[in-house]
Design a binder for this molecule. Structure first.
Ligand code: NAD
Length: 237
């Protein structure tokens, strides 16, 4: 039977690479996205994936998207919590609103998606969840304290859920990308990107496809005895 995956934040970058990787591997793919309507439609036409508009920070929109997904493809057996935002700023300049927005999307967006997808996985006694954290969530990041905190929290969520859901046959893992060539890094100058590449043992920044392939692996049967892990896709950074 064809397997179904739900990918949040799938219209571009790492999320879009995940959509392509799963579709190429024969999965039925649904992805939610916040605003990039044209890109979502193009990706849907390219891959056959179901595109559903839903802000990860909007409980009602996410619930409606999940209901539409289940109605059209059936309940997903895999979930990729990828939607995320980044912002730079000195800790002293970050406002409560900045912190709330960061945690609302990066952490609570994942919590919401897991909450929705979980009942069907528990019923099936089978499922796989992958969160997308960051190397900054493992090591901290200067001038991105709220981003790094949200990504560290995702690792705590992953490890806790792996313990709680393992007996129910549900695996929960995390990928922690290093510096990846997506629009999220457009805020960095060419020089900064070159410096980050130079700090990376493999001497380059990574591609979204390299992260997508790792996410696909963790959701696949090949990773059937792997849970509670944080897989660094960092070039050794
Ligand atoms: P990106 O900015 O290109 O993509 C972010 C994705 O999240 C987009 O599809 C966007 O639409 C979606 N998104 C953002 N806010 C949303 C919201 N409120 N509701 C629904 N969707 C929302 O960047 P990316 O690099 O592809 O990032 C994907 C994930 O990878 C993020 O969680 C990011 O933190 C993580 N990550 C990226 C890097 C990197 O170097 N690019 C490194 C580590 C982790």
């Amino acid at each position: 039977m064809t397997k179904t995956v739900w990918i949040t934040g799938g219209s571009r970058g790492i999320g879009a690479a995940c959509v392509r990787a799963f579709a190429e591997a024969g999965w039925q793919v649904a992805f939610t996205y916040r605003s990039s309507e044209e890109r979502a439609a193009a990706l849907s036409a390219e891959t056959g994936a179901l595109a559903l508009r839903a802000d990860a920070a909007d409980e009602d929109a996410m619930r409606a998207a999940y209901a539409a997904l289940c109605a059209q493809l059936g309940a997903p057996e895999a979930l990729v919590c990828n939607a995320g935002i980044a912002q730079q700023g000195l800790f002293q300049e970050l406002t409560d609103a900045d912190w709330r927005q960061m945690l609302e999307v990066n952490l609570m967006g994942a919590v919401r998606a897991v909450r929705m997808a979980l009942p069907a996985m528990l019923h099936q006694k089978h499922g796989s969840i992958v969160t997308v954290s960051s190397v900054w969530g493992q090591h901290g990041a200067s001038c991105e304290s709220h981003y790094a905190t949200s990504k560290a929290a995702l690792i705590g969520l992953t490890k806790s859920l792996a313990l709680e859901l393992g007996p129910s046959g549900i695996r929960v893992n995390c990928v922690a990308p290093g510096v990846i060539d997506t629009e999220m890094n457009a805020m960095h100058s060419e020089q900064t990107l070159q410096e980050l590449a130079a700090e990376t043992p493999l001497c380059r920044i990574g591609t979204a496809e390299e992260v997508g392939d790792s996410v696909l692996y963790l959701c696949s049967a090949r990773a059937s005895f792997i849970t509670g892990q944080v897989l660094g896709v960092t070039g050794g950074f």
